[in-house]
Design a protein. Sequence first.
Length: 198
Amino acid sequence: MKPFFSEKTIQERFTMILGEIENDVKKLELPDVVEIGRQRTLETLYRRYSLGLLDLDLKRMKMSEMKKLEVSRYEKNGRPVPVYKNHVLISIPYTGPDSLFDYIPAAMEGPVPAGELADGYVVLPIPIDNASEKVRREVDALSRCTDLINRDANSFNENLRQTLEGKLDERQAEIEREHEEYRKVVVFVQEHNNLRGS
């Protein structure tokens, strides 16, 4: 089982997305960034890069029967020997992007729950000792972390349109500069050719 909300900061994800946006926008041509195609381009990029939200369905939480899970190992005669303890498995249905479970929310505090994702469920293994209290604590931690990561994703989505508008403006200015330079070269060549012809 792996800890949720513990591998990478959500800011790393945002930086990665902004890098991908930068690359996509560099490929755009003039019709995509001026009024003709700007709104369609903006919507396409927004749909591609906006983050979905995680939604836990705590009303449909289920508990499995007890199951022995390996909790540690010790050496015996040069071989690792597993140690098992009884656990109950709590399954909570969720919707949203699995990848958000990998990221640390910006305002993270306190312990993070550990478990795994399986077929649209978050599965939390709870040791049987003091299980009722541990279930409450783990579910609360999962809900808190989910709320925090959703808040970060919402904030990113709110700023995304403005970011995209700025990138499209930059690309438009870059294309217009290139066209102006090209036009100057054309004029120079034409003038040069006219001088040679006279």
